[in-house]
Design a binder for this molecule. Sequence first.
Ligand SMILES: [Zn+2]
Length: 210
Amino acid sequence: MRRKVTKPKGREFYGDFFALPLVNYLNEKSPDYGKLVSLIHSAEKLRSALRPITPREIRRLNALTHTQLPSVAQIREMPELRLIDLPVRDIPKSGQEKVVLHETYRINSILREIPFSPSLWGVYRGRWQMEWSLGSEIGGMVFSVIRLAVDGALWRLRECERPDCRKWFAARKTIQRHCTTACRQAVYEKTEARKKQKREAAHKLYHGDD
Ligand SMILES: [Zn+2]
């Protein structure tokens, strides 16, 4: 049985290994920036179209995809597995399914542009040790997006909601909307100031200018 590893809180976060280099790449606005952003946006639309996946389902999903391709019956049981190309006639045509199909198609068309090739880097006790060879930096970044999506950690990649910032960051909590405390406070103060202004205007209107 595998021992549970507990790491100290507040230092490293799930998915940091892939999320942090992605954040740097996105903020540098490299030439393939647009392609990566479309991929992340499509993945986000796909994620919000599906109900949240449970840890139990993630374990089942990993067990299945690491051994063999699931059967159609298994895919029907698990909506998340519909990501795998299915004949269109097998999928119901509700609004949600349309979003899933559309975004899956868009994601696959971006992925097809990235050259990935399987590569053998060694043999350990008779077992092949494989990895994906990526021809370019964008290839590595796309691979990181895929890893985060597979691990259910893609939600961490976000753009700061402060209008004059919009920097990419790796969120540590699902409620985090801003890249730094400074940005969060700036937005908060702005809204508070506006509220106060409104209150004062209403007060003036009611009581007159005295
Ligand atoms: Zn910010």
